[in-house]
Design a protein around this ligand. Structure first.
Ligand code: PLP
Length: 286
């Protein structure tokens, strides 16, 4: 697999966000930012913008598996990121497809349940299947606080931080990062399988363009595992990249929470590059 000059390959098993903020669109940008080659197995199409999810079309589970097999059989997969899976049939198909990958392939599970705008992305009856079939197959799971409470089996729990991470491990996860976006302190908490706790503090950008921050975090984590970094190093990098993507977030786009901007390039920057001659002549106003 590791031919000279071969770039690591990451596979995102996730939904498409037509608004370009989250889902596979966010994952591919995060992979590019991290210097790995991004590939995709699309699980669902969502008609979505910054305000609402207006329609969801699940993809046939056989087609999800066919996408995974097509990538695995030719390009090879150095790490997997799982995002929106939608419902039980896709969860069952993904679990079987993961078992066919080479043993030890890192799998990052972002247990996507609700869109930033509030739309439901995981059917409630699929929560148990996600816990039973995907949690144990993941190297690391990256819930935010509300998702972690669902995984732990008590959505009304007051648990937080390391205690919440331990409850997710008790539900069958190996390693857990409870992400900080919904916490007062914005600190990520990594609990590893040996019971060690690593707190990863970071800046909080509450004025937010955070649509896609969870996707960006889990993809950056998968990319760093594919690049050979340790779980601790990868979790730190993911925290920093996700925070940076929110800081550069596209607040002026849409009426709801704007998309994150993991490539960190703003409109002004593009025109500065154009004006520098690196992209040819800058467009002149009429
Ligand atoms: N995947 C898809 C297809 C989505 O539409 C969303 C949110 O809208 C997510 C994942 C999760 O997004 P976030 O990274 O904001 O948690």
């Amino acid at each position: 697999m590791s031919a000279p000059g071969r770039i690591p390959v990451c596979l995102s098993i996730a939904g498409s966000d037509s608004g370009g903020g989250a889902g596979i669109q966010a994952d591919l940008k995060a992979f590019a930012r991290c210097g790995v080659h991004g590939t995709t197995a699309v699980t669902a199409l969502t008609a979505q913008n910054t305000v609402a999810v207006t329609r969801v079309l699940p993809i046939d589970p056989d087609m999800v598996v066919a996408q995974i097999e097509a990538v695995a059989g030719d390009l090879g997969i150095d790490a997997v990121k799982i995002g929106m899976v939608g419902g039980v049939p896709v969860i069952e198909a993904v679990a079987a497809a993961l078992d066919a990958l080479p043993a030890g392939t890192p799998v990052v599970l972002d247990p996507v349940m609700i869109a930033e705008s509030g739309g439901r992305l995981l059917q409630s009856e699929a929560e148990q299947a996600l816990v039973a079939l995907l949690l144990p197959r993941a190297t690391v799971v990256t819930p935010n606080v509300p998702e972690a409470r669902v995984l732990a089996g008590d959505r009304h729990s007051a648990l937080d931080g390391a205690d919440l991470a331990r409850a997710v491990r008790a539900a069958g996860a190996r390693n857990v990062v409870v992400t900080g976006g919904h916490r007062e302190t914005a600190t990520d908490v990594l609990l590893t399988e040996d019971g060690a706790v690593l707190e990863i503090p970071g800046a909080r950008h509450p004025d937010g363009a955070a649509h896609g921050s969870g996707c960006t975090h889990s993809s950056a984590l998968a990319a760093h595992l594919a690049l050979g970094f340790t779980l601790q190093e990868s979790a730190r990098a993911a925290r920093a990249i996700a925070a940076d993507a929110v800081r550069h977030g596209l607040r002026a786009l849409g009426a709801g929470p704007g998309p994150v901007n993991v490539l960190g390039v703003g409109y002004g920057d593009v025109h500065a590059v154009a004006g520098s001659g690196r992209l040819g002549a800058a467009p002149q106003p009429a």
